[in-house]
Structures are given as C-alpha cells and as structure tokens.
Design a protein around this ligand. Structure first.
Ligand code: PMP
Length: 396
C-alpha cells in the first residue's frame, strides 16, 4: 500500500475567517441577511419536486425582472460568463457572422467567445465612455449581415448605460438576433425585454440582485429558440446545451425531466429570495431608487472637484451614465491603486480600479441593490475625501 505523500494541510486546522467589507465595487455586492439565510436552508435533491417548484418560482421572478413572457427562461449554474457562453454557444454555429458592439471589455469578451467557436466576428467600437448611435449600428448590420448582434446594456468597465431603443427592431429588419448583456444594469434601470425586441438577455446574481455569485438568469425569445433548435451542428458545450437546460428547467414540453447536472440547490434558494426582494420593492421603485441615489452620488463627486468618465449625462429618454456602477476619472496626480487600498484599509470599503480599456483611467464604485442608498453615498464620498487628503499626490 502506498502511504500518503500529502499530509492534511495545516491551514485547514484554523477556523474559516471571512471579513465583512462594504462591497462598493462593481460586484459582487453585499448579500443581506435574508438572502444569505435563504441559502443556509437544507440541501435537497436537484431532481426533487420541491426544487422544481423553487426553480419555477425563479423562472417567474426572472420573467418579471426581464419583463418577458418567454417560456425559455431559466438560470444557468455559473456566473455571468457562463450565461454569455450559453447565449453565444447555443445561437451561433461555426461560420456564422457575429457582430459585437465594443464599448468596453464585455464586447471584446463576447467577440472572443464567438471567435473561439469558429464564427466570423466583426466589431463596431465606441470610444471609451461613449456609445454607438442607431445609425452606426444599422450601417454595420447592413454591411456584415450578422446572425447575432451583441451589446452590453450596462458596460461596467466604462460606466456607460447603452441606449437600447430601436436596436431590436433594426436587428430584426436585418434578420439578426439581438443579444444583450444586462449583468450590471438589470433591476437598477429600465429594460423591457419583449417590448425592446431583445432575443437573448442574461444577467448575474451578484449585482443588483444581491445574491451570492454563481447563478445567472437567462432568457431566449421564440425567434432565438427557432435558431437554437434548428441548428445543423450540436453546440460545442454539453453543459450549456439549451436542449438539456430547457428540460432541466421544465421549459420544454417533455413530460419528464432527465438528469443533466446537479443544480446548485442552495444557490437557487438565494436567487429565489433575491428575486422575491426585487418583486416586493417593485421594479419601477428599484429603478427610481438607483437613479436618485446615482444622481446624488454624481452631484457629490462633482462638488468635490472629481470628474465623471461618462461625459454625457442623458440621451433622452434614457440616462447614459449607469446608475449602478459609476466611473470616476482617476484623480490627477494620484496613484489610483493607493486610493483603492487606502479606502479598504481605513474605511473597510471596496471600490475598484478600471477594467480592460479603462484600466488606469478610472475608479469604479458600484452601489447596487440594497447598497444603493444615500447613506452609502455619504460613506463613499467621505472615504474619497479622506483618501485625497492622505494619499500621496505628485507635484507634477
Ligand atoms: N458582463 C458585465 C457587464 C459584467 O459587469 C460582468 C461582471 N463584472 C460580467 C459580464 C461577467 O460576470 P461574472 O464575473 O459573473 O462572470
């Protein structure tokens, strides 16, 4: 018999220690006790009737949050990236043309995912902090004739809330599916999946929903299902194959559900509770709260002499600054990393630097779900004021 060559790790003899921070970065956000406690319920089987009922409640909650009647509505077991891949892998076949709007990192990532499965990918690029007009988009649609157009509604890397009106209609004029990433925006600002003719919409659990990371709501329109279920080739991922997921979530017309994967049941409890919280507050109240708090925050930043990265405030009828994640121009003469770590050390508060095209250019503050309050804004403003006073400032 061979003997163990790896002993039990000493570190595991110490108790688990998890600090409490104010999670005011671009996600994950703080999880309130009600949602944490929901996740602490006993584990039940992933194929038990009780979990199917919970999954059915989740489906209704997502339909409400997304404002959709789509039957093909479920939560993927995984983070926002899993939902992105689920959307792209199921709707795109090798050789298909895909168009991605790049107004930050998420368009770049969507383009890379489509490229990896052999799609012909084109991009239309908006300047950092800016957005694309419907004329730009129509030109690109008519030139590239894509099967799928990707757009991030809330670009958490640049802080842009991309206008959506009319884009779904344009996509359909060119026989193209409209895929929207709402990971950073849903619940914090208006979005109407059916009325805005969005074909595939996904989000994550850890932002406005205030659930732990690990589940990702997604929905497919009839038009998207037509494409998905009439493919010539099987999707590259077994785990993300919508045929399987639809059956597990009771979205197909089959009388029985077949084991596909072990759903993260406790994560489903938390997700259900987070959707219940959103439904109790009401979408419109949540949108209004996020927008009022964001406006209060932005005014406070400007009165401190700080500048917002997204120059244009509104493009009627919508805002162009994301009310959930704010990008602040990195204060001149300071090291943004020092500001971030000072604020964490001194105020126990997480804010973050830039991501992708905004690295080095911005600080990012996320106030999402239960974190979106004027009291939290005051806390962030005080922390920033203190950091600007105490962090090193170069003379140049
Ligand atoms: N899209 C957007 C707009 C995001 O903000 C994020 C998370 N920062 C993602 C996608 C990816 O989500 P996750 O980290 O949960 O995979």
């Amino acid at each position: 018999m061979p003997s163990l060559s790896v002993p039990p790790p000493k570190c595991l003899q110490k108790p688990l220690v998890v600090p409490h921070h104010h999670m005011f970065g671009p996600g994950p956000s703080n999880v309130p006790p009600r949602i944490l406690e929901a996740g602490a319920n006993p584990v039940i089987g992933h194929m038990h009737p009780e979990i199917f009922e919970i999954m059915s409640d989740i489906k209704s909650g997502i339909q409400y949050m997304f404002q959709t009647q789509n039957k093909m509505t479920l939560a993927v077991s995984g983070t926002g990236h899993t939902a992105m891949e689920c959307a792209i892998f199921n709707t795109v076949e090798p050789g298909d043309s895909v168009l991605a709007a790049v107004n930050g990192i998420w368009g770049e990532r969507a383009a890379e995912m489509a490229e990896r499965i052999g799609a012909k990918v084109n991009t239309i690029v908006a300047p950092p902090g800016g957005y694309l007009t419907n004329t730009d988009i129509e030109k690109a649609l008519s030139k590239h004739r894509p099967a799928l157009f990707f757009l991030a509604h809330g670009e958490s890397s640049t802080g842009v809330l991309h206008p959506l009106d009319g884009i779904g209609q344009l996509c359909h004029k060119y026989n193209c599916l409209f895929l929207v990433d709402s990971v950073a925006s849903i619940g914090g600002t208006p979005l109407y999946m059916d009325q805005q003719e969005i074909d595939i919409l996904y989000t994550g659990s850890q932002k406005v929903l205030n659930a732990p990371p690990g589940t990702a709501p997604i929905s497919f329109s009839e038009r998207a299902c037509q494409k998905v279920f009439n493919r010539r080739t099987k999707p590259v991922s077994f785990f993300l194959d919508l045929n399987w997921l639809a059956n597990y979530w009771g979205c197909d017309d089959k009388p029985t559900r077949v084991y596909h994967h072990t759903g993260p049941v406790t994560a489903f409890y938390s997700l259900r509770e987070s959707l219940a919280v959103l439904a109790e507050e009401g979408l419109e109240n949540s949108w209004e709260r996020h927008e009022t708090v964001a406006e209060y925050f932005h005014a406070g930043l400007e009165s401190m002499g700080l500048k917002l990265f997204v120059k244009e405030k509104v493009r009627k009828p919508t805002l162009t600054r994301l009310p959930t994640v704010t990008t602040i121009v990195a204060p001149y003469g300071y090291d943004w990393k020092e500001i971030m770590s000072y604020i964490m050390k001194t105020h126990n508060l997480e804010i973050s630097g830039g991501l992708g095209p905004s690295v080095g250019l911005v600080l990012r503050v996320g106030l999402m779900g239960c974190n979106s309050s004027k009291a939290n804004v005051d806390m962030v403003l005080a922390a920033l004021r203190d950091a600007l006073k105490h962090c090193h400032r170069s003379k140049v």
